[in-house]
Write a protein that binds this ligand. Sequence first.
Ligand SMILES: [Zn+2]
Length: 99
Amino acid sequence: MSRGNKKPTIRQLDEKISVMVSRVDGFLNMIAQELEKHNTLILKILQRDGLIHEQECNHCGGIVRTPMLDGIEPVELCPYCEQPMDNTEQTTLPLAEEE
Ligand SMILES: [Zn+2]
């Protein structure tokens, strides 16, 4: 009592794969948009509270924003051009003046 089981043709498989790929694409886009919203929200909150350090890269002029929160280290490499950021203003202590 074997049923005539039809194997899907290559074309049918192709169509199924296309549908799956477009669903995955849509899902990933949705996630990316959601993450973007969250990033914007977090940035706005930190900016409102004065907890964002903005620094311009000396090499490419990109603006690098670092949250000033415990456990978050200042950025050492520019995320845009991967050149070292000039963090001397943060790491150099002012010289003690003699009186
Ligand atoms: Zn840069």
